[in-house]
Design a binder for this molecule. Sequence first.
Ligand code: COA
Length: 260
Amino acid sequence: MAYETLIVEIRDGVAVVTVNRPDKLNALSDRTMEDLDRAFASLQDDPAVRGVILTGSGEKAFVAGADIGELATQSPLEGRERSVRGQRVLDRIESLGKPVIAAVNGFALGGGCELAMACHVRVASEGARLGTPEVKLGIMCGYGGTQRLPRIVGKGRALEMLLTGEMVDAQEALRIGLVNRVVPKDKLLAEAEGLLRKMLANGPVSLNFTLAAVNDGLEMPLDEAQRAEATLFGLICSTGDMKEGTKAFLEKRPAKFQGR
Ligand code: COA
């Protein structure tokens, strides 16, 4: 499938989605959000795709935010609709059911930081800078950032970032848990792919259920979340992957998971 503002390459079970507007630092236009929505819907449905890496094209940016040119003229109703649409696209990424890693190759600002936070794991290049500068534009996060940032780094650190609008560098992002790893720029995609392939060596149903238990469970009271976990645990005991994984261990051989 072709996209105006994205490049999607699929190799050996891994899709690399590259936001491709380098002259605008990969800013998220309405077109880009529609492309992301379509691309992730198709990756979700494609059984040949087992995991995704999301990155930005060019030397400078992962994604430098929502497209300020489009934001500048929006009416209140258009702003609300844009926010709801954006939240839906990022929710789709977070609930893909397959691991998604953000390879943060430069600026991840505003909607770009929110996009990275919707991914399950973030790997950053040494020169990357992340932040939520919306307040400097007289607006605020609208793609889930006010909710995902405190869930990832804690309320105090999140509010410091959200209220100052200042960026953090990759090392600070690592220290506060906003990114999982920091590597030299020329190693970024290899690091992201290595990490993803480590995940993909495990049972696909295990990955799918674990993502669901964490994503859904964090939004529930603890007892309800644990009941949901127990239900998924019971269900996973019916899978061939469970039989194969435990049998392979006892037979001292690598497991061959089928995802069923
Ligand atoms: N929306 C639309 N265009 C953007 C953009 C955005 N979020 N971020 C960058 N661009 C465009 C710039 O307008 C410029 O376009 P032009 O060449 O047609 O003038 C081009 O991308 C390059 O950006 P530039 O500002 O010249 O690069 P820089 O290296 O001097 O600065 C940043 C980089 C990231 C610090 C700066 O671009 C910036 O502050 N961007 C906005 C970040 C932001 O507020 N994001 C949240 C939006 S809600």
